[in-house]
Design a protein around this ligand. Structure first.
Ligand code: HEM
Length: 433
């Protein structure tokens, strides 16, 4: 017997469609059931702006499951305490907040420019590997500046370990079983930390802490003094991969849109022509002037949020959008459908970067935007991500017309498993005259 006040569900048998086309089923759920719907018993989907934002903000009622991809290593000296982890988080945020990113645009821009310079012209190439490489260089340099070259190869291995871990498999092994993928992950994590530890010790003993994000974590705080070394080391494998993993998925969608919308690409190119000739002279003021480019990046992230489905658990029985959610149930937050709700964005399926600009061409906020999440677990790297993606987009459009390989079939597949991304995307660049 159904309970009163339960969120609606799709007709019997619809769940089978989930494994075939998750985006289509998410849209169908939102269209037919509304704000909150039930995917299967105990699994709810927040489909529109209000319940999505409510779930993400109410972190007490809907905590984020803690299943870090790179869990803290077991050590004889003991794991960092909860409090030390919270302090490490605060220290990290000092290095990632918008003002910190703004101060370092001149370091980010040259790698974005070099990526564009080196794009081989006149041939179809698979785009994501070189994009990922460029973004990893930017991200790892942002965290570790002059120590980045030492750490970059280890960061690539961490990325590989992540790819192997999230690959769909027929079995879900209990967490304590050391599967080959998990052993590979732990080996790469240990290798990264072993490479990082002497850097941390050298910086501390020399007193030259650095102006990068690691430097922020090494600075003593007036309240609690120094962070223990373990608390610094444990947090960094995950952050290091985060600096380029999701951004490269986003970049795939952005470059595809530049190819499909040449007039929008022309507008980006016109803006980018005003950037300083020497990329290292680029400042946050220059970045702020790329308003159309930023709007384009935002619009692509609206249509294709790389993190299109976020997972939470209901800690206790609670209400959401007037429905009762049982304790222990899973609540999926779906930015993808929230972004394609006509009450939030007019012509929601249309690519219209202008919707993020007001009449005078300044930034405007027309409706919900959850690509970076919101609330206490909102994306820590949003400012860094916007800066690197905007510069990469501007530099690419400034130099080239992009096009998709001819033919009836798209040159890529779409995956929805670990984020919404293109797989195997191929594009061709020709020099702008
Ligand atoms: C286009 C690029 C990016 C997108 C779309 C993105 C998206 C997101 C989203 C949606 C969340 C919230 C997840 C949730 O609520 O469950 C998140 C969290 C996070 N992001 Fe990003 N992200 C991007 C780039 C970055 C970068 C460059 C960093 C680098 C530091 C980063 C670091 C993090 C971290 C550490 C969290 C976890 C926050 C927490 O759980 O408290 N992200 N990101």
């Amino acid at each position: 017997m159904g309970r009163m006040n339960e969120p609606p569900r799709l007709p019997e048998g619809s769940f089978a469609a989930w494994s075939r086309d998750r985006l289509a089923l998410a849209r169908r759920g939102a269209d037919e059931c509304g704000d909150v719907w039930q995917l299967e018993p105990g699994v709810y989907v927040a489909a529109t702006a209000e319940p999505c934002e409510a779930v993400l903000r109410r972190a007490q009622d809907f905590p984020k499951a803690s299943s870090p991809l790179f869990p803290p290593l077991k050590r004889s000296s003991g794991a960092p305490t909860r409090e030390e982890r919270a302090r490490a988080h605060a220290a990290r945020m000092r290095g990632l907040r918008p003002q910190a990113v703004a101060a370092r645009i001149g370091e980010i821009a040259p790698t974005a420019a070099r990526f564009a310079d080196q794009w081989p012209t006149g041939q179809d190439i698979e785009v994501l590997p070189p994009v990922r490489h460029a973004l990893a260089e930017i991200g790892v340099s942002y965290l570790f500046s002059e120590d980045a070259p030492t750490l970059l190869p280890f960061a690539s291995q961490l990325f590989l370990a992540r790819e192997v871990l999230v690959r769909p498999s027929r079995w879900v092994w209990p967490r304590w079983i050391p599967t080959p993928a998990r052993r590979f992950r732990t080996r790469q994590q240990v290798a990264f930390i072993n490479a990082l530890q002497p850097i941390v010790r050298r910086r501390r003993s020399s007193g030259r802490l650095g102006d990068d994000m690691l430097g922020q974590m090494l600075r003593p705080s007036a309240h609690y003094g120094l962070l223990p070394e373990e608390a610094i080391l444990d947090t960094l494998p995950g952050i290091t991969v985060a600096t380029f993993e999701t951004p490269s998925r986003a970049a795939g969608w952005i470059l595809l849109h530049l190819a499909r919308h040449p007039r929008a690409a022309d507008r980006v190119a016109a803006e980018a022509a005003l950037l300083p000739a020497d990329p290292s002279a680029t400042t946050s003021t220059d970045l702020d002037r790329l308003q159309y480019t930023q709007a384009l990046v935002r619009e692509v992230l609206r249509l294709h949020p790389p993190s299109w489905l976020l997972t939470r658990r209901a800690r206790r029985q609670t209400q959401l959008a007037g429905y009762t959610i049982d304790a222990g149930s899973t609540v999926l937050v779906c930015p993808y459908t929230a972004h394609r709700d006509a009450r939030e964005h007019s012509d929601p399926d249309q690519f219209q970067p202008e919707r993020w600009l007001d009449d005078s061409g300044s930034p405007a906020k027309p409706g919900v935007f959850l690509s970076f999440g919101t609330g206490p677990h909102g994306c820590e790297g949003a400012a860094l991500a916007m800066a690197m993606l905007t510069l990469l987009t501007a530099q690419t459009a400034r130099h080239y017309h992009l096009s998709e390989p001819p033919g009836p079939e798209p040159s890529y597949q779409v995956t929805t498993l670990e984020g919404l991304a293109t797989v195997g995307l191929r594009l061709r660049a020709t020099l702008r005259s």
